[in-house]
Design a protein around this ligand. Structure first.
Ligand code: SAH
Length: 349
């Protein structure tokens, strides 16, 4: 049983079934979600015998830091191992308004975007709500300060792990836990329409982020296989509905790849398709991944692209690149570790 994934009510019933007194559930929940305990030994107000019983029946599956890299701009990248030996990554960023942690929702990813390192490492499995949560808690323990913002922009496709991601969101916003504001959560998807619809029905106040990266099917099909199933115009139509239904501004991510999606013509096409939508566009120079042929657009290209969007009245920013000296983009560190493990396995045999 993955105790970090349990809501307070679920934890209480699990304890009741094991004839553990009711008030213990409250204590343990507090230790886990307020004091961010990673072991029962920290729970000093529980009798020793109970701690041993709990450790046996309800192991705490937190992610274990394997590597922690700090970049010159103080962005921290974590590589964690999970209880089954898989690796995941998260990134901690410090902004003027506080700490943001970027968490993974799956080990690897099935979506296969051509420019993304997560796809290269292969898909293994979805994370439990507790495994997603423990990335936030580990980052907060490391920072020694409250995490105020969460972005689901690490490895994996959140819409491909919908239930666990929703459970994670309810735990992280629980007022008896770390009580993060729903408005400070961003969920990013490559455009899985049924997932966006399900999310829309929940009317959450979080920010929906769409990894768009291209204004039309010709370009998007070539870099994002998901577009063949869910074409870009259908995606944008649903985004329009989403924004109207939730009154929340959609955030479009657009990674600028030289000669691929960065022409003025692309900018004009994008502007015409987004006109009148409650949205914001984030332009990001792509991070180079050794195995991928894509190169970042020049500063002049990005400026020109951004000027066209802004002139059409579309709110646009060029995102500052953080942590690029520590492989801080999606899946890069896991890939490196898989390779290193592969090499050492090879040298042993
Ligand atoms: N699967 C979700 C969540 C991952 S978010 C999604 O696609 O939205 C990670 C973001 O980084 C996505 O916008 C993704 O398209 C982008 N990304 C992936 N590889 C990148 C790279 N090499 N450079 C810049 N952005 C990249």
């Amino acid at each position: 049983m993955d105790i970090l994934s349990l809501s307070f009510d679920e934890l209480s019933s699990a304890f009741a079934e094991n004839s553990i007194q009711g008030f213990r559930a409250k204590q343990v929940y507090e230790w886990l979600h307020r004091h961010l305990a990673v072991s029962y030994d920290e729970m000093t107000n529980l009798p020793k015998a109970l701690r041993a019983e709990l450790a046996e029946k309800f192991p705490i599956n937190t992610c274990k830091p394997e590597r922690v890299q700090t970049a010159s701009d103080s962005t921290v990248k974590f590589l964690y191992s999970l209880s089954d030996g898989e690796f995941i990554e998260s990134v901690l960023m410090k902004y003027k308004y506080g700490y943001t942690v970027c968490v993974s929702s799956q080990v690897g990813c099935k979506m296969g975007c051509r420019f993304c390192a997560s796809a290269l490492g292969g898909y293994k499995r979805s994370l439990t709500a507790g495994e997603i949560l423990s990335q936030v808690y580990a980052a907060q323990r490391h920072a020694g300060e409250r995490i105020s913002h969460i972005v689901l922009m690490g490895m994996g496709e959140p819409m491909d792990n919908f239930e666990n991601v929703m459970k994670f969101i309810s735990l992280v916003t629980d007022e008896n836990g770390i009580n993060l504001s729903m408005r400070n959560i961003s969920l990013s998807t490559c455009g899985v329409l049924p997932g966006i619809e399900r999310l829309m029905d929940k009317r959450l106040q979080l920010t929906l982020s769409i990894s768009l990266h291209a204004p039309n099917d010709a370009i998007r099909n070539a870099i994002m296989p998901v577009n063949r199933k869910y074409p870009v115009d259908e995606l944008l139509a649903l985004c329009r509905r989403y924004a109207e239904t939730t009154s929340r501004r959609i955030s479009f991510e657009y990674s600028m790849m030289s000669g691929v999606n960065d022409s003025d013509e692309c900018a004009r096409e994008l502007a015409s398709k987004l006109r009148g939508m409650l949205c914001h566009v984030n332009l990001i120079p792509i991070n180079e991944v050794a195995e991928s042929p894509f190169r970042p657009s020049s500063q002049e290209r990005i400026k020109s692209f951004s000027a066209i969007l802004s002139a059409s009245g579309i709110s646009t920013t060029v995102r500052r690149k953080l942590g690029s000296d520590i492989d801080a983009s999606c899946g890069q560190l896991r890939l490196k570790s898989i390779r290193e493990r592969g090499n050492s396995d090879a040298s042993r045999s």
